[in-house]
Design a protein around this ligand. Sequence first.
Ligand SMILES: O=C(O)CCC(=O)C(=O)O
Ligand SMILES: [Fe+2]
Length: 421
Amino acid sequence: MYWQKSELYTAIRHNDPKIRNFYDTYGVVVIKNFLNKQDFKDILKEYDEQYRTRAGKVTPAKMLINRLGFSGPKQYGFKAIAKAILRRDAMRFLPDFVDSSEKFCNFFFEEERLKVYRYFGGDDFLYLGSDGSHFITTSFPWHRDWYTQMPIMKFNFYFNPLPFLGGRFMVIPGTNFPDDSYSQLVQKSMSWPMQNKFPGGLSENGFLPPIVNPRRGKIDAIKQNILTWIGLQNPMADVPHMSIKLNKGDLIIFDQRLLHCVESTFPKFSRRLLTMLLSKNAFSFSDEHYTLKRGHTRESLMREVVDLVVSERNHINCPAYGDAMYQHPFSKSKNFIRIDEKPKTETDGKRIYDTGSFELPDGKRFTSVLDNEHYANIGAKYREQIGEHQKTSSDTLAQAYSYENFHLGVNAQNVKKISNV
Ligand SMILES: O=C(O)CCC(=O)C(=O)O
Ligand SMILES: [Fe+2]
């Protein structure tokens, strides 16, 4: 699943669909050295700059320079500097990431990059948004991001300049087809999109035996492997998956419906991720597209995507896009989803988005307005079915998912009750 950047651009030039076909089937590709050394350096610089200005983070080195009197009035004590060095801050998340930065917009919406989005997503692909995240070693248990009928592509760029052990990106191919029984059976071993009760995320609901937890500490994992190897311990069950090692400058593109999880690392450090979400456009699908063959309509497929994007802004409580986006020509293109809020007079002055729209190939617009009741009902039902795990989780690394019924409904709408008995 690894391709060099030059191989990808050759495929694009010759309109050769093979790399895309691999992606559409297995849900993942890696483009090696997608960012060359200079790009990596420049983007990492802007990445940290965004975190400094938006999350208010000052690096320990800068604090020390300041403390020693080399950068204006002294603002930091040695205690604060020691704390910053030892800081093991929890995951920090910045929404509207690429679109808040002029430099990012100029890089990520530049023709060379657009060619790649068009290759994988078609000319009418849609930009759904972008986040920055800092994860201390690992992040979430086995999970999907969303479970849409539409293939939504996630472009992950990691900015980890130093070498480390572990940290491989793990995926379970085949789980990217929600209408398939295989994918729905795998789903039975999860609580997602609700909180997992047991470590790893695949030992839920009494469906499977205990499954290896990729988020256990790397040293722990090595110890257990040795004990197994010398026969002092039975190997623990695991599920079929691919483990993907990513190096500096590599780009991983994956279908966000795929079950995925990132292993813990050694040493522990703050992994820096920049991610972008792009959707294909059902209005450009051929009549033979597998989603349409399954009976979905172009409208229903795109309604799901647009509603998700609109609901996500409310869920996170972030603006539709960062300001830099509106200064960039990309925001005037057919690849851009306009997100509108309800009139503030109807919402007690609160910002609530309820409408998303984009330009159709024939020049008309596709518009979807959120149907609150519809999704809230799905969410309430799902909550009842899975049971509230938040307070009983034995997974010490579990992230708190706090979906209200509405957003839970958006996420869980394609989880089907099926049985293998
Ligand atoms: O890098 C990570 O730990 C998070 C990956 C992930 O779950 C995602 O990007 O959706
Ligand atoms: Fe994820």
